[in-house]
Design a protein around this ligand. Structure first.
Ligand code: AMP
Length: 283
């Protein structure tokens, strides 16, 4: 496994691999890897000749009062997990190289960036779309893998790749959960034991709504009320949103179906967690 920090070196290597006809799979991350990231890496490994992982805590996708400075990092451990997952190249650029003085370009994917996390984190998806565009140009992937844990991010990237005719395939992978149901996230490291237990209400709410849906309930407002009741009953959890949206366009839905996305976001103390479920898919 090779670690590369230099942008030009990574791009030159990617271009020569492509000329040799090798298929490059790419998994962009912010590091502090867990089993969710590993599932993307394994799928990428099975689906390519060369597997590239990037680890980059992207400053432009964080808001002013968010957790950029304290975002968890452990490069040594990340490299061990990467190697176990069969990664060929770990790309670790610096923020100064990614955004040198004079940088002034932003990629905006308009409508799909607006609701849900886009409403509570203004500019977040511009930061994501911009860094992912830049990483795609550097790594030249044939296939890029993303988790459905960040469902809206995946929707933004799918739209961007389509709109800008980017020459690659985007693969969305299922949410990997802890045994107790909590969606894995690097930010779970912020949670105390008590907060972790409280956070399980998100999974419980998703499961409850899915049960009502299976029983025939199709009215978003009724399902929403059920989810709000479960999350609202948990002390220390502040609901940010509970919404039913079209799984592709993210347009709001009053009547739900198999393709409807239920997306939730909540805060436990300073820690912001998200989770979701497409009603017709497995949880
Ligand atoms: P992050 O390092 O949080 O930016 O995540 C990097 C990639 O891993 C993104 O495509 C995420 O959606 C994906 N990911 C993070 N957590 C999970 C999870 N629990 N299950 C599946 N994919 C995940």
């Amino acid at each position: 496994m090779q670690t590369i920090s230099d942008i030009r070196q990574m791009q030159t290597l990617a271009c020569s691999l492509k000329r040799e006809g090798r298929r490059i799979a790419f998994v962009p991350t912010m590091g502090f890897l867990h089993e969710g990231h590993a599932s993307l890496l394994r799928e990428g490994r099975n689906n390519s000749d060369v597997l590239v992982l990037s680890i980059f805590v992207n400053p432009i996708q964080f808001g002013k009062n968010e957790d950029l400075d304290r975002y968890p990092r452990d490069m040594e451990r990340d490299l061990r997990i990467a190697s176990e997952c069969g990664v060929d190249i770990v790309f670790t650029p610096t923020a100064a190289d990614m955004y040198p003085t004079g940088f002034q370009t932003t990629v905006t994917v308009r409508d799909v960036s607006l609701p849900l996390c886009g409403a509570s984190r203004p500019g977040h998806f511009d930061g994501v779309a911009t860094v992912v565009t830049k990483l795609f140009n550097i790594v030249q992937p044939d296939v890029a893998l993303f988790g459905r844990k960040d469902y809206q991010q995946l929707a933004v990237i799918r739209r961007m790749v389509m709109d800008l005719s980017m020459p690659l395939e985007v693969v969305g992978m299922p949410i990997v959960r802890e045994k107790d149901g909590l969606a894995m996230s690097s930010r779970n490291a912020y949670l105390s034991k008590e907060q972790h237990l409280s956070a399980l209400c998100l999974h419980r709410a998703l499961a409850d709504v899915r049960g009502l849906f299976a029983g025939g309930e199709r009215t978003a407002e009724k399902l929403r009320k059920a989810a709000l009741e479960i999350i609202g009953a948990e002390p220390g959890v502040t609901i940010e949103y509970v919404e039913f949206r079209d799984g592709a366009t993210l347009d709001e839905q009053e009547v739900v179906d198999n393709a409807t996305l239920l997306a939730v976001a909540a805060k436990l103390g300073q820690t912001r967690l998200i989770d979701n479920s497409v009603l017709g898919d497995e949880l």
